[in-house]
Ligand binder design. Structure first.
Ligand code: PLP
Length: 379
């Protein structure tokens, strides 16, 4: 039986199962899309999109991955504490008073603009950095037209500049206008790289692509591909069928049925009594709630779970730590059963994309909110 497979969390309250073979498959599949000189630099920020940063990054180390990117210095420190090897690039801002952490833990920092580069200089610390270039997202990076300032960053003595990168903000969108914008971003990025070369600055490693970039613009693969969501085996939504064809989901989300009871016709359940039994029905309480990252927007039948291969809709409002589901259609649902929120049960599957659509968001947000109370185990 699918739900009673060994390796699952036999006594867990709510847990994540990580499919090691799927992660390996995705690494191979993404590498196959890229030229051989382009290395994966997986995005393991936000606890590896909720999957568990230490577990994922250590397994990636085993698969020969030796560069990572994270959102902040604290995430980089945590990876080092978990014995993760290789280059770790902090994509976001690090406060000048925290820069010693970078040196202490061997982390690389993004230069978020020219003024920040001067602050890094002020610190006097020998720091490894990648210079961000703003080619049109207008979030971080020195603006691509400011060639003099970009060159000046490369002349700062204490900075060891390992990379130059940009982020494409519409690379998921097949629309002609978005494609044109993306090509413009790439052109502006390459113009910066060429200008640096003209001024005799040694060529740093270059990188432009995240997950959708790898799929849609492999011609811009340079030295690294900062893959996040695709590495975890899904895309942000189910618009692009290649998600399902090329990749395998790494994560399943499961919880324990705590109690099952019968409601009589006309009785209501849960906060605000949002759920009312039209006729006699059976309700199960699950040991997971919005504090675990189960979006409250899935309340009142928007979302569902699988128990013993049957679908059970969410009944009433999701609570902080618990959720009610209507198990009238699940013949023998009982306390102690496993309920699947993302993954397979019998012949049925609930995908992260489906949950994201029901919650009105993208898989990236669903994953990144999966909380610290969930146990994470390899299967
Ligand atoms: C999060 C992030 C990525 C990874 O994005 P995915 O779309 O999940 O692949 C890459 N680069 C930067 C700068 C990011 O912030």
């Amino acid at each position: 039986m699918e739900t009673k497979a060994t390796g699952e969390c036999p006594t867990g309250r709510a847990w994540i199962e990580l499919d090691r073979a799927a992660l390996r498959h995705n690494v191979m599949a993404l590498r196959a899309l890229l030229p051989s000189q382009c290395k994966l630099m997986p995005a393991v920020k936000a606890n590896a999109y909720g999957h568990g940063a230490g577990l994922i990054a250590r397994e990636l180390n085993v698969l020969g991955v030796d560069s990572f990117c994270v959102a902040c210095a604290a995430e980089g420190v945590e990876l080092r504490r978990q014995n993760v090897k290789g280059e770790i690039l902090v994509l976001g801002y690090t406060h000048p008073e925290q820069l010693t952490l970078l040196k202490e833990y061997g982390l690389s920092q993004t230069v978020v603009d020219y003024e920040y580069a001067l602050q890094l200089e002020q610190s006097g610390l020998p720091l490894h950095v990648h210079v961000g270039v703003d080619t049109g997202m207008h979030r971080l990076g020195e603006r691509s037209e400011n060639i003099d300032r970009l060159c000046a960053i490369f002349r700062i003595k204490n900075l060891r500049i390992d990379g130059l990168f940009t982020h494409l903000c519409a690379s998921d969108d097949p629309d002609p206008a978005a494609r044109e914008y993306t090509l413009g971003q790439a052109e502006r990025f390459y113009r910066v790289a060429a200008a640096l070369e003209q001024r005799g600055i040694p060529r740093p490693k270059l990188h432009l692509l995240a997950s959708y970039g790898v799929l849609n613009y492999p011609q811009f693969a340079e030295d690294y591909a900062r893959v996040g969501i695709a590495l975890y085996g899904v895309l942000s939504d189910d618009q692009d069928p290649r998600g399902g064809q090329l990749l395998r989901p790494v994560l399943s989300l499961k919880t324990r049925v705590a109690s099952v009871r019968t409601l009589h016709a006309g009785e209501s359940a849960g906060y605000g009594l949002d759920y009312t039994a039209e006729k006699e029905c059976r309700i199960a309480a699950l040991s997971i709630g919005y504090a675990d990252g189960l979006h409250r927007a899935l309340s009142n039948g928007k979302g569902a779970v699988l128990i013993n291969g049957c679908r059970a809709p969410i009944a009433g409002r999701i609570c902080m730590d618990q959720t009610l589901v209507d198990v009238s259609g699940v013949p023998d649902a009982a306390a102690g059963d496993t309920a699947v929120l993302i993954g397979c049960s019998g012949r049925q599957t609930l995908s992260a994309c489906e949950m994201a659509r029901q919650a009105g968001t993208i898989t990236n947000e669903i994953f990144s909110q999966l909380g610290p109370r969930l146990e994470r185990v390899w299967v």
